[in-house]
Design a protein around this ligand. Structure first.
Ligand code: AMP
Ligand code: MN
Length: 277
């Protein structure tokens, strides 16, 4: 799940309260490229008797494609991980100014400060720009913002210099975590390319793939669970919740993992996440 510390819309305290209300017993906070919300999330989760996994979602790249690698069970004090995340946050900061400049050239002014304000001086991402473009009446929805300006090849697209996927995996491992390929169905890869991605990920020390995610169709579930089993990777499940008004998935709504896969929370020493009544 995501909070205001990246592109989610909820304060960590409110997010954890919502998890409790939805009767989810195990949660991971996985904000993009920073761990600023983890300490509070851990405290709040304990208060609500929710089992908590500290996490992060690292922006990386594989063969020119942006791939998100979730780290679960990380030690947030780890120096290698934090130095790496700092580097990404600096890049994001620089990129926000670039996107602002490109939008300015396209006749749209005030986008950078608008997006930064929405981001609340935390991680600035393209989704903040998309939200600002909608709020200021430049487009109707998130999809249109990406189609017209922010998406690859569009006027305000800044070629992104993300770190290689293997490096993200390495930071997560050094911090004692399990690396997970986030929402593999969203990268629109052929079956062959997806397998190649997973094989390289596993060779780099990756441990699991997200078999069930709010950010991808349910149709991907069976294919991904078979692939995970064939390659000896564990399976993860997550809503990718960003806020009640953002995107698709509600907390604790996904079907359980298919039979036969190894749930990633077992690798981390946790038991089943969903209340069974
Ligand atoms: P960033 O990490 O700041 O480059 O933003 C990446 C995020 O933008 C992704 O996690 C998606 O939520 C969103 N995104 C990327 N491409 C698109 C697209 N074509 N249409 C809608 N949302 C997109
Ligand atoms: Mn993601």
């Amino acid at each position: 799940m995501h909070s205001l510390h990246s592109d989610g819309s909820m304060r960590v305290e409110d997010l954890v309260a919502r998890v409790a209300k939805r009767e989810v017993r195990l949660m991971a906070l996985t904000d993009h490229d920073n761990t600023a919300g983890i300490a509070v999330a851990a405290l709040e989760a304990a208060r609500h008797e929710i089992d908590f996994i500290p996490g992060v979602e690292v922006s990386s790249e594989w063969n020119g494609i942006g791939i998100h690698i979730v780290g679960l069970g990380i030690d947030i004090e780890n120096q290698e991980l934090q130095a790496g995340l700092d580097k990404i946050m600096e890049f994001r900061d620089w990129r926000a100014a670039e996107i602002g400049r490109l939008l300015e050239s396209a006749g749209i002014s005030g986008a950078e400060s608008g997006a930064r304000q929405l981001a609340g001086s935390r991680m600035v991402g393209r989704t903040h720009f998309a939200r600002w473009l909608q709020d200021s009446g430049h487009c109707h929805d998130n999809g249109e913002a990406f189609q017209r300006w922010l998406g690859r090849g569009q006027v305000a697209y800044v070629p992104s210099d993300w770190i290689p996927m293997a490096e993200a995996v390495s930071w997560i491992r050094q911090a004692g975590g399990v690396a997970v390929v986030a929402h593999p169905g969203r990268y629109k890869l052929s079956a062959t390319r997806l397998r190649a991605l997973f094989e390289e990920f596993r060779a780099a020390g990756g441990g699991a793939v997200e078999v069930s995610s709010g950010a991808q169709g349910a149709a991907d579930r069976e294919h991904l669970s078979k692939l995970a089993q064939q390659l000896g990777l564990a399976a993860s499940l997550g809503s990718d919740f960003h806020g009640p008004e953002i995107g698709h998935a509600e907390i604790g709504q996904l079907a359980p993992l298919p039979e036969g896969v190894q749930p990633v929370w077992e690798c981390l020493g946790h038991s089943t996440p969903i209340a069974t009544h």
